[in-house]
Design a protein. Structure first.
Lengths: 115, 110
């Protein structure tokens, strides 16, 4: 039973390019969460999605960032026109039920470097 | 702020010793969760303790929760080098997101 799969593990983008991060939740999990982690810091919530719905995007920057979780396929976190400050590790997590009531299962993250 | 604050930020001990990490918070919670993160990896869930629980055990891990003091502690007994990692507490309050603290970096020396 595969865990949460994120790809790519490492992504290098030049300033102004687009970054697409993918996340496949654990089998049977319909709730997906994205977090961002800066070096030596904790995780900051970005967005919570269910299939085809954004439930809570209160942690997402208003510009350049978007997320989706289509009916088929992985969840995608998209960052347009990346800037150096976007360099971070982005983690996806999933759960079988609404969060808080059950633990989150995390992927190993995508490390984005903007040059 | 809804997030917990871990204390200490860093802890270095010898193998075999016990390690205690604390988490303090300011809001009411439904539950509090502890996670471990090895370098370069994702977080792994350790224990979830609900607001009406005071103590939970899992193997060498013991978690306590004192809602009157708004604090929790994670005790790792008989530590091993493999326990070297960062440990995070996460707070859940219904209607809000799961928020993580800044973590305690534990180093267990062989």
């Amino acid at each position: 039973n595969a865990g949460v799969m994120q790809n790519p593990r490492h992504l290098v983008r030049r300033r102004g390019q687009e970054a697409r991060l993918r996340c496949s939740p654990m089998k049977g999990h319909s709730h997906v969460y994205w977090y961002r982690q800066l070096p030596e810091e904790g995780l900051k919530f970005m967005v919570y999605l269910q299939k085809e719905n954004i439930i809570d995007e209160s942690g997402m920057p208003k510009e350049r960032f978007s997320a989706e979780f289509p009916k088929e396929g992985p969840s995608i976190l998209r960052i347009q026109q990346v800037v150096r400050g976007d360099s971070a590790a982005y983690f996806c997590a999933s759960s079988p039920r609404v969060w808080g009531d059950s633990p989150l299962h995390f992927g190993n993250g995508t490390r984005l470097t903007v040059t | 702020s809804q997030q917990g604050e871990e204390d200490p930020q860093a802890l270095s001990i010898q193998e075999g010793e016990n390690a205690t990490m604390n988490c303090s918070y300011k809001t009411s919670i439904n539950n509090l969760q502890w996670y471990r993160q090895n370098s370069g990896r994702g977080l792994v869930h350790l224990i979830l303790i609900r607001s009406n629980e005071r103590e939970k055990h899992s193997g060498r891990l013991r978690v306590t929760l004192d809602t009157s003091k708004k604090s929790s502690s994670l005790l790792i007994t008989a530590s091993r080098a493999a326990d070297t990692a960062s440990y995070f507490c996460a707070l859940f309050n219904a209607g809000n997101m799961l928020t993580f603290g800044g973590g305690t970096r534990l180093m267990v020396k062989p």
